[in-house]
Design a protein around this ligand. Structure first.
Ligand code: GLY
Length: 374
């Protein structure tokens, strides 16, 4: 019989850049077992943040020590502000001062900010060095640590400077979610249910039935949700690593979400996952208004997001300064804009998303006016 507590491995099948995502409880404390065989030299550089360091750094270091793997550690401030060019400068400076070479492996221990920043530094330092992701938030475990998108924010917007650089391993310790604030777990869940909305109506149904258990910390539900999400993402990334087609589906809700986040000043008023929930609902509502998606599917999405406690309206988030013109302006700065036309991910139904540049601006404007007036 399969041990329900045994780690699960999902492969990201990218030829010579293929790697495993290992999912399980307690993996940080036994990290060296998975990390050491991948190292070209028994030395690593760990990058983490002040918050995570208090919880997970000691068990990671102890595991590396026990395996005779050396480590140096850089602890950065927690928060989105750290995902900036300034910290790229600081981190690459530290690595180069430390005398690294092309076989040096970085370990990102943290959420999306640490993973994206570390991955980007790994991509550009000495024109590319190996790195390993140890994601400690639900959002990072199901999305940002997988697939090799790395980068930082600039005053122009989120993730506008970056590179594709695949990790050598993703180690998702489900136990690390125990120390995650509730709001962060819920925000990460938006990226879980997104996979159901994109291409798996059965998984959406599973989410409707099991989100309560998952969010309450049920180990089985948590493992299954992370595994299903990583399998969905791994399949898409294996098919379209550089987002020339199908990978764009993973951006369901993100065109709206990034615009809402920009208006909110990338602050704690609106977490990324919360913006994704609002953005997914907006994408389904836009699909309905364009005559593409049945209203009952939109209502099912709304009901589920509301039941779990994710935001379904901008009430209390947007102020009078948020206008449809400003939102469309942010959308126009997205990486996915092509010849001035914004790419939208829309849906024909739950589990049947597709991309299009063909959206009537008046319908979009009407929807945004309504959303902004709550
Ligand atoms: N988060 C979207 C992607 O990795 O493509």
């Amino acid at each position: 019989m399969t041990d329900p507590a045994a780690p699960i491995t999902v492969e990201v099948d990218l030829g010579e850049r293929a790697y495993n995502i290992v999912i399980g409880e307690g993996l940080i404390a036994s990290a060296a077992e998975h990390v050491a065989p991948l190292l070209a030299q028994p030395a690593t550089f760990i990058i983490t943040d002040e918050h995570l360091a208090g919880h997970w750094l000691a068990p990671l270091q102890a595991s590396l020590d026990a395996a005779g793997v050396g480590h140096a550690t850089k602890i950065l401030p927690a928060g989105e502000q750290t995902k900036s060019i300034g910290y790229v400068d600081e981190l690459t400076g530290w690595l180069l001062d430390s005398g690294i070479d092309r076989k040096t492996t970085l370990i990102a221990l943290g959420g999306g900010v640490i993973g994206d920043l570390t991955g980007f530094c790994a991509a550009i330092t000495l024109r590319g060095i190996p790195f390993i992701q140890i994601p400690t938030t639900l959002l990072a475990q199901v999305d940002s640590s997988v697939g090799g998108k790395t980068g930082v924010d600039t005053p122009h917007g989120k993730n506008l400077v970056g590179a594709f650089h695949q990790p050598k391993l993703v180690l998702a310790d489900t136990g690390s979610l125990d120390t995650l604030p509730w709001r962060q777990v819920l925000a990460g869940y938006a990226e879980v249910v997104k996979y159901g909305m994109i291409g798996d109506a059965g998984f959406f149904e599973w989410c409707e039935a099991n989100a309560g258990a998952l969010l309450a910390g049920d180990a089985g539900a948590r493992r299954y949700a992370i595994e299903a999400s990583c399998r969905a993402k791994a399949a898409i990334v294996a098919e379209d690593e550089r987002e020339s087609g199908r990978r764009a589906l993973l951006n369901l809700g993100h065109t709206f979400a990034h615009a809402f986040e920009a208006e909110a000043g990338y602050s704690d008023t609106l977490l990324h996952g919360e913006a994704v929930a609002l953005g997914c609902l907006a994408a389904f509502e836009l699909s309905r208004r364009l005559g593409l998606c049945p209203g009952q599917d939109v209502e099912r999405v709304r009901a589920h997001l509301e039941t779990v406690g994710l935001p379904v309206t901008l009430a209390g988030i947007a102020d009078a300064g948020w206008t449809p013109e400003a939102i469309v302006g942010h959308m126009g700065k997205d990486k996915k804009v092509d010849a001035g036309r914004i790419t939208f991910v829309l849906a024909r139904a739950i589990g049947d998303a597709f991309t299009t540049r063909d959206v009537d601006p008046d319908v979009l404007d009407g929807l945004l006016s309504e959303i902004l007036n709550h």
